[in-house]
Structures are given as structure tokens and as C-alpha cells.
Design a binder for this molecule. Structure first.
Ligand SMILES: *Cc1c(COP(=O)(O)O)cnc(C)c1O
Length: 486
């Protein structure tokens, strides 16, 4: 047996623990790959429509023995880093972009090398304090008090889930109460909210979609009317969910008034600020987001508004006991950890136990460049959206949606002849096929509408002017075709 153990050790040492020279060689190659990507990032397309769609990844299946790093990086480049959307590109103006600041990659690198266990205070008190410090900072940014606790999640979806589960328990909604308990929300909430409600076992609650005004904001008087009526009918109104920036239209609900109503009728108030929350860093955004601090729980995504690479959302809960009561658990095999509980541990505030040490990817950039550049960049995005809105409506044939609350703009082309929906479907396709910038579309009240979402830190005035130029050109080309057809 001892011989066998030694043999196995040899294999493990040889392949799983590269020598410093091997590390050096590999790191150089990886760096050269990423440097090549970044050096060309302003020229790379935002979208690549490619026939193969990465199918050749299957040509090199996982096997017993490895292949060279060069060959591996080739597979990666061709199949993964080329086809489809390039979220790192400033030309990404679809969905909700963010970009992915480089400093976070360095933070992730360090987190992976040291592999600190950031789930439980006992295991890595410093890592947990670092994450709690970030939670405290974000709480302060949004105007939450010192009593706040929260969690760094994988994204906004899990943040919303934690918020809604906390709301359910804090409001004491047991399974027998579900059918008569009422949730108030807008048809424009992000679908992760719908998912979270279902996963939280609240699907059979009464869902009240509060009517929206012409800016797609929740009508607060209708909300209050509905709560009163539901109470009169013996129902249990317990949760209202507002959006600080909807994904679809970029709309901010009347946060302060909804906060007053939630307070008056003692409802839990959850705000989904995954997209829009960090606009509070600039003065213009602060005005729009007035009242955000009145919520009981709030989701806010650094991988959107702080331009981090994918993989970091946040849930904040004002009353720390509530998020703890919903999520903590102590199994016998973790009894030693009780020796150190100076601070709340992430594992007690989330469904996760072991997790990536996500804090480092936010802490490192904030320490290294400070908050000021983030404030500037987010204000730049807000103003770029206003500029886009003002400019595109001066182009022949284009009409715009409401003045943007934050950085999503809705617009479409109304052709002289033919079906507008068909025209815009074609327009978005042509822009995507071209690929120099990427825009996406949506349906609003039966209309096929185009949108730009400006939130990649690499998107600047030049990018927006370029996008405007492409839209104008493509629209002209399609208009010609439509005329010939008639
Ligand atoms: C992006 C988004 C989410 C979901 O966040 P993920 O990080 O994609 O899980 C939730 N709400 C809003 C408003 C969003 O824009």
C-alpha cells in the first residue's frame, strides 16, 4: 500500500502542482492572451453572428491526459471568445451591460490562488470582515442604517431571492397563509422576481399587478386603493416590490411614495435596484432614486452599475436579524465555528455555504482607484443616454419613448410605408449582423421597440455617435428596400 501511495503522490505532485517555472510560463501565456484581447477591445466587434456557434468545442472532449496550453487557448478563442455577444465591448448596448473592469480579474486571481474560505468568520475572519465592509459601504451609499446586513451573491437573481425569502419570514407568511397573502408589483419587474416568488413557495399568493402610468411607473394611488380593498376583503397584503430601474424600460418607480404607502400599511418593501441602484453615486441619479432608502430590502448589482465582470450581486436587508433568521443553520460538524462569531458570516445570510471569495473582486478595484472614477463613469452613462434620446429623435423616421430615468432608451423607426414592427425587427437584425455595436429589442404594448442600455464602462460619446450613425444608415437601407417592395 505504501508503494501505491507514493506512486499516486508522484502523479499528483507532477501534474497538480506546477513548479514555479511552469507557473511562470503558463501565466505569461495566459497574460499574453488576455493582453491581446484587451489591446484590441475597442476594435473587436460587439457581436459575432457565426454559423458554427462554438460547436467545435465538442471536438476536443475531456480526456485522461491533458493537451498543451497553446492548443487549449486556441480552442477557447475560436469557440468561446469569438461567437455571440462580446460583453466586454463598449459597443454592447443591449440588455444590461457592465463591461468587466480589469482590476476585478486580478482580485479573482488572488482569491483563487489563496482560496480563502469566505463563508464563515471562524475560517477566514479577515475575508468575512472584508465582505462585511463592502456590505456596510453599499448600505451607506444607498442610505441604509448601521443595522443593515447583507450578502454578496452571484448576481441580482439570488439577491432578489434572498430578499423575498426574508420578506416572507419576516412577515410571518406560513404555507397556510399563502393563498390569502398579497404581493404588489409591476408588470415591468425583472423575471428573476417572478422566479424568486415561485422558488420561495409564494406562487399561490395573490399577485396584484399595479397599473402603470405612461412612463411605465407604478401608479401609487392605484396601489393604495388595491391594498385598502384587499384588506377590506380579509386578505393579507404583506409585500410590495418596486424597481429602481427596470431592465426593459429603465424606469424608476415612485420609490418615496411607495415607501410611504408600505410604511402606512405595514408591508415589507423590497426594491430591485440590480440595474439602477449605483446611479445613486452621482447627483443626477440621486434625484431620480430618491426614496430608495425607505425599503426594507434592496438588491443592487456591482456587475452592472460598478462595471464588474459577471458574478457579483448584493442583497441588503435593513434589519439584520431578519435575513439571519431566514438563512442561518448550525449543523453539528460546524460546532467549532461557534468559537468565533464576532461578525455575521455570509453562510448565515444566504443559501450558500462554500462560496467564491467574491469580495476581493470588488474590494481591490475600490481600494486601488477609489470611488470617484465610478461616480464619474456612472454619470457619464446617464448623460450619454439623455444625449442618445435627444439626438435620435431628430433623425427622420425615428420616434422615442419617454425621457430616460436612467440609462435605457426606447425608440423605433416608423417607416413611411409598411409594417413598423416588421421594419424594426429587420433593423435590429441588421445592426446585430453588422456587429460593430449590439442593440436589443423588446415588446411594449404590442409594439416592437428597440432599446439601448448604456452601462458598459467602455461606452463613450464616440460609441454613441457611432451607434447613431449605424442606426441611421441601416434604417435608410431598409427603407429603400421597403419602397421597392411596394
Ligand atoms: C439584471 C437584473 C436582475 C437579475 O440579475 P442577475 O445578476 O442577472 O441575476 C434583476 N433585476 C434587474 C432589474 C436586473 O436588471
Amino acid at each position: 500500500m505504501l508503494e501505491k501511495i507514493k506512486q499516486l503522490e508522484l502523479i499528483s505532485r507532477k501534474h497538480l502542482e506546477p513548479t514555479s517555472q511552469q507557473r511562470d510560463e503558463m501565466t505569461k501565456k495566459i497574460l499574453s492572451y488576455s493582453e491581446n484581447f484587451l489591446d484590441n477591445i475597442y476594435e473587436l466587434p460587439a457581436y459575432v453572428m457565426d454559423e458554427k456557434k462554438g460547436i467545435d468545442i465538442y471536438k476536443t472532449p475531456i480526456s485522461e491526459n491533458g493537451i498543451s496550453l497553446d492548443a487549449t487557448l486556441d480552442v477557447l478563442k475560436t469557440n468561446v471568445d469569438t461567437p455571440g455577444l462580446n460583453p466586454a465591448s463598449g459597443g454592447h448596448l443591449g440588455y444590461i451591460p457592465g463591461g468587466g473592469i480589469y482590476y476585478s480579474a486580478l482580485g479573482d486571481f488572488l482569491a483563487d490562488v489563496t482560496n480563502r474560505y469566505a463563508g464563515i468568520f471562524f475560517g477566514s475572519p479577515g475575508a468575512v470582515r472584508l465582505e462585511n465592509l463592502l456590505i456596510d459601504w453599499m448600505a451607506e451609499v444607498v442610505g441604509y442604517p448601521k443595522s443593515t446586513a447583507g450578502n454578496l451573491t452571484s448576481g441580482g437573481s439570488i439577491a432578489n431571492l434572498i430578499g423575498i425569502v426574508t420578506a416572507r419570514d419576516a412577515m410571518n407568511v406560513k404555507s397556510k397563509d399563502v393563498e390569502k397573502s398579497v404581493i404588489y408589483l409591476s408588470e415591468q419587474v425583472h423575471h428573476s422576481v417572478d422566479k424568486a416568488i415561485r422558488i420561495a413557495g409564494l406562487n399561490e399568493c395573490v399577485w396584484r399587478y399595479v397599473p402603470l402610468d405612461e412612463q411605465y411607473r407604478m401608479k401609487s394611488d392605484e396601489l393604495e386603493k388595491q391594498i385598502l380593498e384587499d384588506k377590506k376583503n380579509g386578505l393579507n397584503p404583506f409585500l410590495v416590490i418596486a424597481s429602481a430601474g427596470t431592465t426593459n424600460t429603465g424606469t424608476v418607480d415612485p420609490l418615496k411614495i411607495i415607501g410611504d404607502i408600505a410604511g402606512k400599511y405595514k408591508l415589507w418593501y423590497h426594491i430591485d435596484a440590480a440595474y439602477g441602484g449605483f446611479f445613486i453615486l452621482c447627483d443626477e441619479g440621486k434625484k431620480v432614486l430618491h426614496g430608495m432608502e425607505m425599503s426594507d430590502s434592496l438588491s443592487i448589482d456591482p456587475h452592472k452599475g460598478l462595471f464588474l465582470p459577471y458574478g457579483l450581486g448584493t442583497i441588503l436587508v435593513k434589519d439584520r436579524t431578519k435575513i439571519f433568521e431566514s438563512h442561518h443553520y448550525l449543523p453539528p460538524y460546524l460546532q467549532d465555528t461557534l468559537k468565533a462569531n464576532d461578525e455575521l458570516s455570509p453562510a448565515d445570510l444566504s443559501p450558500e455555504l462554500t462560496k467564491h471569495f467574491r469580495g476581493l473582486r470588488l474590494w481591490l478595484p475600490l481600494k486601488f482607484v477609489g470611488v470617484a472614477p465610478f461616480r464619474a463613469a456612472i454619470e457619464e452613462k446617464l448623460l450619454l443616454a439623455r444625449y442618445f434620446w435627444e439626438t435620435i429623435q431628430t433623425f427622420d423616421g425615428f420616434e422615442v419613448g419617454p425621457y430616460p430615468d436612467l440609462s435605457v432608451v426606447m425608440y423605433r423607426y416608423v417607416p413611411k410605408r409598411g409594417d413598423a414592427n416588421e421594419f424594426n425587427k429587420r433593423l435590429v437584425h441588421e445592426v446585430q449582423k453588422d456587429g460593430r455595436v449590439f442593440i436589443s429589442s423588446t415588446m411594449i404594448d404590442g409594439k416592437f421597440v428597440l432599446r439601448v442600455a448604456i452601462l458598459c464602462f467602455r461606452t463613450h460619446l464616440q460609441t454613441i455617435d457611432f451607434a447613431l450613425k449605424i442606426l441611421k444608415e441601416k434604417a435608410k437601407e431598409i427603407e429603400k428596400e421597403f419602397e421597392i417592395k411596394k
